[in-house]
Design a protein around this ligand. Sequence first.
Ligand SMILES: Nc1ncnc2c1ncn2[C@@H]1O[C@H](COP(=O)(O)OP(=O)(O)OP(=O)(O)O)[C@@H](O)[C@H]1O
Ligand SMILES: [Mg+2]
Length: 281
Amino acid sequence: MVMAPIPTAKSENGTAAAATVAPGAVAGAHPIAVKAENVNVFYGEKQALFDVSVDIPDRTVTAFIGPSGCGKSTFLRCINRMNDTIEGARVEGRITLDGNDIHDPSLDVVELRARVGMVFQKPNPFPKSIYENVSYGPRIHGLARNKAELDQIVESSLRKGALWEEVKDRLHEPGTGLSGGQQQRLCIARAIAVSPEVILMDEPCSALDPIATAKIEELIDELRQNYAIIIVTHSMQQAARVSQLTSFFHLGKLVESGTTDHIFTNPVDQRTQDYITGRFG
Ligand SMILES: Nc1ncnc2c1ncn2[C@@H]1O[C@H](COP(=O)(O)OP(=O)(O)OP(=O)(O)O)[C@@H](O)[C@H]1O
Ligand SMILES: [Mg+2]
């Protein structure tokens, strides 16, 4: 297996960080799950992303930070080809998942979106029961041969989503009847149910109170054992708490990527420094 080198902080123009990152700063070195090379995105005439290249390792939480409108959500949507669904959006560049080009014409986009799950800012359970929210994906992807297997997937996904104990006696009640934090864990369980490799989370806690946020952060830390996770957040504290790697975006460019420790303590680029110290954004 090809192991990814431990990433060191690198600025947009390729200047290596002055200080080296201690090996082991990122727990173990993991293979690259998603590799993006020179990604440009346009909405009509307007360019939203410029030449974004980044490696996202498996079993690691990568935080995307940067001011509003800098292209974080746009880049997340590239990874599971959600921009395909936006009229007038055009994506250039190469993105691979486990080494396979996600724009390959032979690739099934529905399958890609199962392999690359997504969790949004506002919890969005289907207007159906808790059970059906989780079982829908495995059913349409044919992951269970019978009801017993489907039940098993629902239970294990809800357990992995840290929600099972709270809902096991009300599986057939509407998912929309849960609290906001529970709904978000339901959405995470729903993403997990189709056995993804990557989970994209776009500000998953911004609609939640501090207690629900703490639960989701704890859950993200557990999920890191099995998935590559990207989390977009406007909270520097959250990025520092949950991620091992951080990428800073500014005006459609990926300015700097590195270990979270390094980005927060010794960034290479002045724009990163200004953002993390609250000078703009
Ligand atoms: N569907 C769309 N149509 C046209 N322009 C869009 C669309 N979605 C995003 N944009 C533009 O692309 C740029 C990047 O937007 P994006 O939503 O990716 O930023 P973001 O970093 O996620 O911001 P925020 O932190 O506010 O969520 C912005 O200028 C935005 O106006
Ligand atoms: Mg966004």
